[in-house]
Design a protein around this ligand. Structure first.
Ligand code: FES
Ligand code: FES
Length: 166
């Protein structure tokens, strides 16, 4: 089948995509977007998290055909004009990456969490752990990841306060 969708802001088409493959496989093998990782292929680990029409999904659980004509944003599409997003910077600065396999999915999930939070929201550790319960990491013990979430949220809050003060 032919598949068309918008990926990270660009209209894309792939030809001769096998019927029945997942969005995850389509992204990696037919749309040249290898950032999204495949770990369990069963909706258990979150490493394949992407945005589909603005909502985060496990792309291993979405049939590629279901994304026809829709908008997908992957970890490759989070940087703006080549500048990494606050979440990406925070992961690096806090040392929240070890083997890195969970990282693309976690970064998308954290991006959703902190960009969705209202400026007045103060995320605490319990809220963060609950929001990220579907994203498994076998390496870090989560402490550095939680630190990174706090750092990114603080940066976004400060940026918002600066804009509001103008
Ligand atoms: S690969 Fe999709 S949830 Fe694990
Ligand atoms: S950094 Fe290795 S699984 Fe998370």
């Amino acid at each position: 089948m032919d598949l068309t969708m918008t990926i990270n802001g660009s209209a894309r088409r792939a030809r001769a995509v096998p019927a029945g493959i997942s969005l995850l496989t389509a992204l990696r093998e037919h749309f040249d977007q290898p950032g999204t990782k495949n770990a369990c292929e069963q909706g258990e680990c979150g490493s394949c998290t992407v945005y589909l029409d603005g909502e985060t999904v496990c792309s291993c659980l979405v049939a590629a055909g279901q994304a026809q004509g829709r908008e997908v944003r992957t970890v490759e599409g989070l940087a703006e004009d080549g500048v990494p997003d606050a979440v990406q910077r925070a992961f690096i600065e806090c040392g929240a990456v070890q083997c890195g396999f969970c990282t693309p999915g976690l970064i998308v999930a954290v991006h959703d969490l902190v960009h969705d939070a209202r400026p007045a929201d103060r995320l605490d550790d319990a809220m963060i752990r609950e929001a990220l319960a579907g994203n498994l990491c076998r390496c870090t013990g989560y402490e550095k990841i939680i630190e990174a979430v706090h750092r990114a949220a603080a940066e976004l809050r400060a940026a918002h306060e600066q804009v509001s003060a103008k």
